[in-house]
Ligand binder design. Structure first.
Ligand SMILES: NC(=O)c1ccc[n+]([C@@H]2O[C@H](COP(=O)([O-])OP(=O)(O)OC[C@H]3O[C@@H](n4cnc5c(N)ncnc54)[C@H](OP(=O)(O)O)[C@@H]3O)[C@@H](O)[C@H]2O)c1
Length: 315
């Protein structure tokens, strides 16, 4: 089958011909309708999980998928042939990813019936970013606050989080690199700040002299960068990083709770995400659908930033 992956850590992603996987005990074979792009995909190909989980080359990339159950392996009874499913799969060994015509998933893993109100090509854009946004809402207890600053708001996690937070009555200040005001307003942002055009601190302080209640920073990779954003949070507020950039001790000295978020994918989160989508409260922001063969170029673009919403690959 066709797939996209790398032949070595940090290798250039390429179109590969690999054997179709076989579902083992408790597994199902899914015919992939679409695979969603996440920064996690190229981070794994760069060696993020090296040493943590066994791996195999060529390493087929991708964790998010939506598709139809093709066949169940021995003992697998949760799904029937033809069921539309979606989820996140990190195979063990790493390397049997979703950028492929077929993927094998553990039926006990993070796989669920796909939301029925959107095509599978759209559902494929939801799992990792959508579950992350739901997880952040709970981890940072965002429903208790009134204002939320999101840095890196234009991408996958940011657009899901903007919608969820706005739906719960938070005033979202979305920070992007570009003119995204209309687009982010459609997702529910009250204000969009183009970080290229204006000093972020000035723009936020003008409206919130005492600071915002909460910060979710999707870009900062080190404590200094995260602290710059956290300096715009009021005393007693919260600052969360998805990239391990929060230094809780230093932040609490400044009166801000620091949190580093790590997604634990689950069926419960996928089901919750599906309900949000089917209720119409949450739009899946798939903005780019490209043939699987174009995944290497799309991955290269994602690395340098500027991505909008979600990109999905069609095998
Ligand atoms: N810890 C966890 O469990 C977890 C879960 C999900 C995601 N994450 C991480 O959280 C981050 C955001 O995820 P995502 O899915 O939202 O990513 P994404 O869809 O690629 O969006 C990220 C956004 O950040 C901005 N950006 C990215 N790189 C940039 C750069 N070098 N310079 C300037 N702007 C840049 C881009 O918007 P602008 O061009 O407008 O700035 C882009 O729209 C990723 O690093 C991802 O790996 C962590």
């Amino acid at each position: 089958m066709r797939a996209v992956g790398v032949r070595e850590w940090k290798g250039r992603p390429e179109v590969l011909e690999v054997p179709r996987p076989e579902p083992g005990e408790g597994q199902v074979l899914v015919r992939v309708r679409a695979a969603g792009l996440n920064p996690l995909d190229w981070k794994i190909a760069d060696g993020l999980l090296e040493g943590a989980i066994p791996y195999a080359f060529p390493l087929v990339m991708g964790v998010d998928f939506a598709g139809a159950v093709e066949r169940s392996g021995p003992g697998a009874r949760r799904f029937t042939r033809g069921d539309g499913v979606y989820g996140q799969v990190i195979s063990d060994p790493v390397g049997a990813g979703t950028y492929a015509e077929f993927v094998v998933v553990d039926e006990a893993g993070s796989v669920a019936l796909a939301p029925s109100s959107v095509p599978l090509t759209v559902a494929a854009g939801a799992p990792t970013a959508g579950m992350t946004a739901l997880g952040i809402m709970d981890t940072a207890a965002l429903r208790e606050y009134e204002s939320l600053l999101i840095i890196g708001a234009a991408g996958g996690v940011g657009t899901f989080l903007t919608q969820l937070a706005a739906a719960h009555g938070l005033r979202v200040i979305a920070v992007t690199h570009g003119h995204d005001e209309r687009r982010m307003a459609a997702f529910g942002a009250a204000v969009t700040i183009d970080a290229r055009g204006r000093a972020l601190a000035d723009a936020v302080r003008e409206e919130y002299p005492e600071g915002v209640d909460a910060l979710v920073d999707l870009i900062a990779t080190d404590p200094a960068a995260l602290a710059a954003g956290a300096s715009l949070v009021r005393n007693g507020g919260v600052a969360l990083s998805t990239l391990g950039a929060a230094a809780p001790g230093e932040l609490s000295a400044g009166g801000v709770e620091g949190l580093n978020f790590q997604l634990t994918a689950s069926v419960a989160l996928l089901d919750q995400l599906g309900r949000e989508i089917d209720s119409g409260r949450l739009a899946v922001p798939v903005e780019t659908e490209v043939p699987l063969e174009q995944a290497p170029d799309a991955l290269a673009r994602n690395r340098v930033g500027g991505g909008r919403g979600k990109t999905v690959f069609l095998p």
